[in-house]
Write a protein that binds this ligand. Structure first.
Ligand code: ADP
Ligand code: MG
Length: 698
């Protein structure tokens, strides 16, 4: 065994470990629970707990924790020791099936969006056997779901698991109609590509805004950014390389298949892609990846920034959610095969997604809404806030022929001729990449590209699974009742394409024309979270979630409230941080420099060297004017910030934030950034963008 295979999964209580350590009947019973969703009984749980504990202690673990994903979007844990004191003063290591299955963290400090009164603090965590336990920092981490005393869902995992069950049920109905009776399970799969920035810890420490908000609230575009495109896929610096090596190893240990890594478009920006797995595990793994990235960066005296837009005028960070459906017999339901035009099963699933995305553009948009991501969507670097689907020329032509009832004539797939004999010519893919599309079909999966880099991928995948399951169930209802399956299927495909083709767009999503065209097509375009979030509880959405048994109306309302509250809190912290920095750091720097120049002038006048120093007088004038403007902007923001804080109701507050607070913050920043250009570097209190972006330089 080489070092990597030895390392891989060494800290994960995965299938191989379970098979080796559990009695055969127990292992098989657990597998049934995992694969077929059968109930778990306590004898199985007891045996698993015992084996898990022994394994974890051998690996050096002293504690265990129920690891869960409250609605904060980050993970939470509550550690308990394995130690059980005995009457005789000795201790033994104990861990029972009951402790594995159920935990009781105090739920009162996690957001519930009004679901749970504070007097009802009890919350329960319950083992999710479909995601493997792992060891982190000497603790056995057990993936769990989290709900309130009265059974209301307080986390992101429960609805995700529910949505996976729904898509399984509905996809199976369709597969039966196609005679695929050997399939017993359909899983949604995801590979989440993660973008991030790395900067040096010393410069980071000098930026209050980065420390408190994760992004720079002030700062000018650096003279050199990504213009030369010399960073994208460029050679990786040794210090970053060392970080990536350690990161990979840490990820491999807990069983995360980190596969590729390369530099991204902006200086100091990088990307990591894992190998895809089931959506539930992919979600756990992405949360864990973000956490491990931050920790490993610290060890290398760097900071990993996961904010969507750490730097203005520099490419932001996103997360690409590659999503597909796979059967337990190994069939990818979005695999077009050699002759997609004749592959009716593929076309049906494709049409289901088209319809789902068209009918629920609003929910997909809402699923990626956040204060941080608002800086990216529609800002010419990320897909716009408008949802559309890229299919490429061939599939679009196939769908056209379906709609028109005409025969599809395949355009021959061309070869790319390299013109060099020693290089093999290779066949072109059926569709080129379209990097501007928010939702692109990429060969055998869909790539949802609107996610921000910090977002938990649970939310978007709950939506993707639910909306697709909903359409599949409608399709299954129609087809199951049909007397002539083939003609019913043709009808269904034709009408679906006809009704939903407006969602297909293969052109440049970054262009002005698209915004206009999309408006003509009646597509949703909500630029900010404040615009999008109020639609979360539209009657159509409440009906969908209730029909698919994902959320009750109250649960949906709570999620909407948490989304808005988070948006408001982020801006509240940002505005307060801006005010403090402007007051205490920037304005004093302007005064100090101004005073220095004035003293110079006075000295010059006194000594008679040059009372007509145009450079200095001009600069003093400019500094004074901009300084006054800065003081005015500070006062204006201060007033608005207080009015914002006093506003009641998260919906009203978010609207006020969008309409008043953000514009006032922008104005303050513009003036401060203009001052950065003229204040002496010795006086300027903050590291510049150049200092930050080129801080890891070896
Ligand atoms: P690209 O050519 O765009 O780099 P890759 O095949 O490398 O595409 O995949 C990019 C991401 O998509 C990876 O994280 C990969 O694991 C994931 N991916 C590939 N196939 C699937 C699938 N069937 N379901 C979900 N994710 C997938
Ligand atoms: Mg990608």
């Amino acid at each position: 065994m080489n070092r990597i295979t030895e390392l891989f999964g060494s800290m994960s209580f995965n299938d191989a470990v379970m098979r080796e350590r559990l009695p055969k009947e127990i292992y098989e019973s657990l597998r049934k629970t995992i694969d077929e969703g059968l109930d778990l009984d306590l004898t199985v749980a007891n045996a698993v707990a015992e084996a898990m504990k022994d394994w974890a202690i051998e690996k050096g673990a002293t504690h265990y924790t129920h690891w869960f994903q409250p609605m904060t979007g980050v993970t939470a844990e509550k550690h308990d020791s394995f130690l059980a004191p005995q009457g005789d003063g000795n201790v033994i290591m104990e861990f029972s099936g009951k402790e594995l299955i159920k935990g009781e963290p105090d739920a009162s400090s996690f957001p519930s969006g009004g679901l749970r009164a504070t007097f009802e603090a009890r919350g329960y965590t319950t083992w999710d056997p479909t995601s493997y336990a792992f060891i982190k920092d000497d603790s056995l981490c057990i993936p769990t779901v989290f709900c309130s005393y009265s059974g209301q869902v307080l986390d992101k995992k429960t609805p995700l698991l529910r949505s996976m069950e729904r898509i399984n049920e509905q996809a199976l109905r369709i597969l039966r109609l196609f005679g695929m009776n050997d399939v017993t399970h359909v899983a949604s799969t995801v590979g989440a590509e993660q973008e991030y920035f790395l900067i040096d810890k010393d410069v980071y420490n000098k930026r209050k805004d980065l420390i408190l908000t994760g992004r720079t609230l002030f700062g000018n575009k650096p003279p050199k950014g990504q213009e030369l495109d010399d960073h994208y896929f460029g050679a990786i610096k040794p210090r970053v390389m060392a970080f990536m090596k350690e990161l990979n190893e840490e990820l491999w240990k807990v069983g995360i298949y980190a596969k590729t890594e390369h530099n991204e478009a902006a200086p100091a920006q990088h990307e990591l892609a894992p190998v895809f797995t089931t959506t539930n595990i992919a979600t756990d793994h992405n949360q864990l990846t973000m956490e491990i990235m931050k920790r490993v960066a610290q060890k290398h005296h760097m900071v990993c920034l996961l904010h969507e837009k750490p730097f203005k005028c520099v490419n932001g960070s996103g997360k690409h959610n590659n999503w597909s459906l796979s059967t337990n017999t190994g069939v990818n339901l979005f695999h077009p095969g050699k002759r997609p035009a004749e592959n009716k099963l593929f076309l049906l699933f494709l049409c289901a997604v088209l319809k789902a995305v068209d009918e629920h553009q609003d929910l997909l948009r809402i699923s990626v809404a956040s204060a941080g991501n608002d800086h990216r969507l529609g800002a010419n670097e990320a897909p716009p806030a408008i949802v559309s689907v890229y299919l490429g020329q061939q599939l679009t032509e196939i769908l056209d022929s379906l709609e028109n009832g005409s025969d599809y004539v395949a355009t021959k797939t061309a070869k790319v001729e390299t013109g060099v004999h020693v290089l093999a010519d290779f066949k072109k893919d059926t569709a080129d990449r379209n990097r501007t599309s928010p939702f692109a079909f990429t060969g055998n999966k869909f790539e949802f590209r609107m996610l921000g880099s910090t977002l938990s991928i649970a939310g978007p995948n709950i939506i993707l699974n639910t909306i697709t399951a909903d359409v599949l169930s409608e399709f299954a209802d129609k087809l199951e009742g049909a007397s002539d399956f083939d003609s019913a299927l043709s009808d269904l495909l034709r009408t679906t394409v006809h009704d939903h083709k407006r969602i297909i767009f293969n052109g440049n999503n970054y262009s002005r024309e698209w915004i206009e065209l999309a408006a003509q097509r009646g597509l949703v375009n909500w630029p900010t979270t404040a615009d999008a979030a109020p639609h979360y509880t539209d009657p159509k959405n409440v009906a969908l979630f209730e029909r698919q048994k994902i959320f009750t109306k109250a649960e949906l309302e709570s999620r909407q409230d948490i989304l808005l509250e988070h948006y408001n809190n982020v801006y509240s912290i940002e505005a307060a941080t801006m005010l403090e920095m402007a007051h205490r750091d920037i304005l004093p720097a302007v005064f100090a420099y101004n005073r220095e120049l004035s003293e110079l002038m006075m000295w010059k006048v006194q000594t008679g060297i040059g009372s007509k120093d145009k450079a200095a007088t001009g600069l003093i004038k400019q500094l004074t004017e901009l300084g006054n403007e800065l003081a005015q902007n500070i006062a204006a923001l201060d007033e608005i910030y207080h009015a914002f804080s006093a506003t009641c109701g998260n919906m009203q507050k978010a609207a006020y934030c969008r309409d008043k607070l953000i514009p006032a913050m922008d104005e303050l920043r513009t003036t401060a950034d203009a001052l950065e250009e003229i204040v002496d570097a010795r006086h300027w209190p903050l590291p510049t963008y150049t200092d930050l972006l080129f801080s890891v330089d070896s």
